[in-house]
Write a protein of this length. Structure first.
Lengths: 646, 379
């Protein structure tokens, strides 16, 4: 179509004019873009750079190796073991199913683990290593390494896991570690980022738990550059954490192992204290359990078995269990009375076999009575009426005060789970807790360690240690932390009359070494290692007048849980005390028969630092002791294995 | 104005045409493309493969095509306009029936030696056809309603086809590019005011229709709009692209982290780092200075096109030049606005910089038309 030249010019002018309008609009848009660029890249640059760093740099924690726990001789009782596991990286594997099939031909893998690993691999990114199997033997790992070319994507890795070489022997003291749980996190106020690591192992019970901060160490960090998918591109830097501090306990693992073995088949607790410094040489509770089971994740069957056992293997009876101390409390009663001047050592009290207090009859264990009896004889023969009498003179408050002075009814600060406070009752306690007035009958019961009085084997051992030394012996469980010596447990003098103490010690000596003493059958005849002590038998049931009239049923004829507790406290050597011991056998019957022989064996073992010669025992029992020693010798500590340790 | 009206005496012939090329535009195109090569080299982690080499080959091919197109007289192209438009429309319909679905969108047609994106082709042929239309239409009929409806249909048909693929970005580009040519040709202001008002109403309607049976847009398109309006709402989901892009840009600062030193784009935080989001890499590594320089280079290309068009009395040539300039402008403006969080993520590449075959070839051919218009302008 032909146009008029006028139209051509007019059209071109319109186009040019409108082109300028469009150009102006475009310039405006470019201006807006430039302004936006300026605002993002110049004004907010710092903020975005920060965000970029966060995007790019990922901080991963390096778990520190947990501190080791040693016994007093430097023998490890909680160690870290190299733990081999096999992991798979999906993207390197190619055909996952085929590789896993080959792997199962080489090493045995639980099908459930395999299913779990497959599931996890499906869920995670292809470059994330997924654990296929854990706790492989060195032989398995060697097999896998040998077959590496046939197993693409499969790697053997090594980690550390906790192991308790002494197994059940130190279970209640050392405790165990386990993966941190939501419950743990809700309960403890600990900002340590390590706890956020899935399956991070923390101390659950015992010293592992109470010394957690010391043993754990601090996390190292690894700064890595990652891409948006989380793949690690490279490591930027690495700061190693501080490994956990090593701890040395005062325990003697060999003695502990012996005590544990000696308590075998009983439900019992025993504590050995070194009188030179308050060191706890052994804290045994029987039966025990293998803490290694918990580290690996205990099976339901094992857990049920432990929980339903009527001997309560999980309970740390030596520190946690409280029992009426029975006659072992008599030293407290008599010391309170003599310190307050209500009785003199030579004063005699008449024992007809019972004492009537306001129409209530309290019986002595000896039905015929002991006749006229003084301090020495009352302790040696464990006459009850003597104590009924002097307790009424001195009153419960002074007795409770003396009990606490000797370490009963107070919580001893040990790094263990659930250290029992026990109970040294007084008038104020009964009014506060029971809302009742204290009765004289309560005092009479308390005088022989019955009624409200409760104490743990640990407290009884502390009491014995204080009686034997006359000084404030505080139990000590930790000897060194990271090589630093902890304060000694041997303190000031108790401030008791030394003469009175000497009379009581002499009586305790005769308990074991005098023909009429209650523990004469468990004496030590080796002059340098003789022991002194006191038996105790505490009732767990009330003997009704009818039953008493019909003749008290013998312990052996009662069901186990209604039998008396057997107790013994003692120390040796009697003339220069070095070790104090307490033994409580739950429902064991009489203290002289069930507890005293155990205490004697423990004291001998402690003094000799190993199995004592048979000559230390009375000739009559040597055959039996020899047999017992052979049996214990043959016993291998549970859980102790020959695996490599670090 | 037909070629018969040209005073052919003054139109260069043969190799003399080379001297009359618009060299400023060519140099600017090479500069922008080179920035693209650098960035593709960087995002590949300092490697010529997989992106730089093919991109360079395509650019070389595109430059040759541009020169070939430039040598052909502009009146030939005007006569070809209808065929080009019709051909593009057929290819678009072909995509509808034989297209290959990639990344959730049906945009490609496999020609054997390359995958062709007919919608790219349409961006240019639409402008070309409209320019030819207004060259043919007498000036006084320009604003006549009947003669306004015709170009509207010419624009709307391919736009709807592209929208069906679905490719909202290209559809918008076609719509705005076509409307710009109509505006330049002198269609009355009132039409644009009416359509603008109608457009706003349509946007409102589209947003209102969400979730109803007659929903006008795809779900992913609504999500992109949501994301655009509030990227922080879902930083790891749909808003991820925008948030990460802004972080990359912002962390560039004044002068950037340096060539090959960008962490955000190279560490896969950014999606489509070699295509639609390549600007973030440039902005991160060369900072505000580099990004703004690129913006100025783009603007200069548009400015030289406008200057060329204003000096050209041939109606088809000047409308075509301005239409190509507008399309080119829309490409980089929408892409940058999208990456900087000023526009929704609509899938528009950064022209000559983003990795991609058909877009670059089509653009260079379009600039061949611009060159042809420049060389063969009436003097």
């Amino acid at each position: 179509m032909k146009r008029a030249p006028k139209d051509v010019v007019a059209g071109a002018r319109t186009v040019s004019r409108r082109a300028l309008v469009v150009g102006g609009l475009q310039l405006g848009v470019v201006g807006a873009l430039g302004w936006r660029m300026q605002s993002l890249q110049v004004e907010q640059a710092d903020q975005f750079r920060l965000l970029a760093e966060e995007n790019r740099i990922n901080i991963r924690l390096l778990p520190p190796s947990r501190g080791l726990i040693f016994d007093r001789n430097g023998i490890p009782i909680a160690a870290n073991e190299q733990n081999y596991r096999v992991v798979m990286v999906r993207e390197d594997a190619g055909d996952v199913g085929e590789v896993l099939a080959k792997l199962t031909e080489i090493v045995e893998i639980d099908p459930r683990d395999l299913a779990r690993a497959m599931e996890e691999m499906r869920r995670r990114s292809p470059f994330v290593p997924v654990t296929i199997a854990d706790r492989l033997s060195w032989e398995d790992v060697a097999q896998i390494n040998l077959n590496t070319p046939a197993l693409p994507g499969i790697q053997a890795e090594v980690g550390l896991s906790r192991v308790y070489p002494w197994g059940a022997d130190l279970a209640h003291v050392v405790g165990y570690v386990g993966p941190v749980s939501d419950y743990d996190l809700s309960r403890i106020d600990d900002p340590d980022p390590l706890l956020q690591i899935p399956k991070f192992q923390i101390g659950k019970t015992g010293a592992e738990n109470r010394l957690e901060r010391t043993l754990r160490g601090t996390a190292g960090t690894r700064r890595i550059e990652v891409n948006a998918a989380g793949r690690i591109m490279r490591e930027l830097d690495r700061k190693e954490g501080d490994p956990g501090k090593d701890v040395q306990l005062t325990l003697d693992s060999r003695l502990q192992s012996y005590v544990q073995a000696r308590l075998d088949n009983e439900s019992a607790g025993a504590v050995v204290i070194d009188l030179e410094n308050g060191d706890l040489r052994a804290i045994a509770s029987a039966p025990a359990f293998d803490p290694n089971l918990f580290v690996r994740g205990i099976s339901v069957a094992d857990w049920t078995a432990l929980n339903q056992d009527k001997y309560r293997p999980l309970a740390a009876k030596a520190v946690q269990g409280t029992y009426p101390p029975g006659s072992t409390f008599k030293m407290v009663t008599v010391l309170a009375a003599m310190e307050a001047g209500f009785v003199t050592p030579d004063e005699t009290v008449y024992c007809p076999g019972y004492t009537d207090v306001f129409n209530i009859r309290f019986h002595c264990w000896k039905r015929g009575g002991h006749g006229n009896i003084n301090l020495h004889e009352s302790l040696k023969q464990s006459c009850d009426c003597y104590y009924y009498e002097i307790a009424q003179r001195v009153g419960i408050d002074k007795m409770a005060e003396m009990a606490r002075k000797l370490g009963l009814g107070v919580r001893h600060d040990l790094p263990l789970s659930a250290v029992a406070e026990g109970l040294a009752p007084d008038k104020e306690w009964k009014a506060r807790v029971r809302g009742e007035e204290w009765r004289i009958g309560d005092t009479v019961n308390a005088s022989i360690g019955q009624g409200y009085v409760l104490s743990s084997p640990l407290q009884l051992a502390v009491m014995t240690a204080r009686l034997a030394t006359g000084r404030v012996v505080t139990p000590r469980l930790i000897r060194l932390i990271d090589g630093v010596e902890q304060p000694s447990g041997l303190g000031e003098s108790l401030g008791l009359n030394e003469n009175t103490l000497r009379r009581i010690r002499a009586s305790m000596e005769d308990v074991c070494n005098h023909r009429r003493g209650t523990a004469y059958g468990s004496r030590i005849i080796d002059e340098a290692h003789k022991m002194a002590g006191k038996t105790g038998t505490s009732q767990v049931r009330r003997i009704t007048p009818e039953e008493r009239a019909a003749g008290v049923v013998r312990n052996e004829d009662l069901p186990w849980e209604r039998r008396d507790h057997a107790l013994f406290v003692g120390y040796a050597p009697y003339d220069n005390p070095r070790y104090a011991v307490s033994v409580v056998v739950e429902h064991g019957g009489g203290g002289s028969a069930a507890a005293a022989p155990i205490a004697r064996d423990i004291l001998l073992q402690a003094q000799y630092g190993g199995p004592p010669p048979l000559e230390a025992y009375p000739a009559a029992v040597r055959d039996r002791i020899a047999e017992q020693q052979r049996r214990i010798e043959a016993r291998v500590p549970q859980g102790a294995t020959g695996r490599s340790r670090v | 104005m037909s070629y018969l009206e040209y005073n052919t005496k003054y139109v260069p012939t043969g190799l003399r045409k080379v001297l009359h090329l618009n060299w400023a535009i060519i140099l600017l195109l090479i500069a922008v493309a080179s920035a693209g090569f650098l960035m593709l080299y960087s995002v590949a982690g300092g490697s010529m493969t997989p992106w730089v080499e093919p991109q360079m080959q395509r650019f070389a091919l595109g430059m040759v095509l541009m020169l070939v197109v430039a040598m052909v007289p502009i009146w030939f192209w005007r006569n070809m306009a209808f065929l080009a438009y019709g051909g593009s429309l057929v290819l678009l319909l072909g995509v509808e029936f034989f297209g290959e679905v990639r990344m959730g969108a049906q945009r490609w047609i496999d020609l054997g030696f390359m995958r062709l994106q007919p919608s790219e082709l349409m961006k240019i042929t639409l402008v070309m056809f409209l320019a030819a239309y207004y060259d043919w239409l007498p000036n006084k009929k320009t604003s006549h309603p009947l003669w306004v409806v015709v170009p509207v249909v010419i624009i709307v048909v391919p736009t709807l086809l592209v929208l069906r693929q679905p490719d909202l970005g290209t559809a918008l580009l076609l719509l705005i590019g076509g409307a710009t040519v109509m505006f330049l040709a002198g269609v009355h202001w009132a039409y644009f005011a009416t359509v603008g008002g109608g457009g706003i109403a349509a946007v409102v309607a589209a947003l209102q229709s969400r979730g109803t049976p007659w929903q006008l847009l795809q779900d992913y398109q609504y999500r992109r709009i949501d994301t655009f309006l509030d990227p922080a709402n879902d930083p790891l989901g749909a808003g991820y692209h925008i948030t990460q892009a802004k972080i990359a840009l912002g962390s560039g600062g004044w002068t950037g982290r340096g060539f090959m030193q960008g962490t955000q784009s190279r560490l896969n935080f950014l999606p489509e780092k070699h295509t639609d989001f390549i600007f973030t890499t440039l902005a991160e590594e060369f900072g505000f200075v580099g990004a703004f320089t690129l913006l100025v280079l783009y603007l200069l290309i548009v400015v030289f096109c406008i200057i060329s068009a204003m000096g050209n009395r041939d109606r088809f040539a000047s409308l075509l030049t301005l239409g190509v300039a507008m399309t080119f402008f829309l490409f980089f403006a929408v892409n940058m606005a999208m990456v900087m969080g000023l526009a929704p993520v609509v899938g528009v590449p950064l022209p000559l910089v983003s990795y991609g075959g058909s877009a670059m070839l089509v653009l260079l051919v379009a600039f061949g038309l611009v060159q042809s218009a420049h060389i063969h302008r009436p003097r």
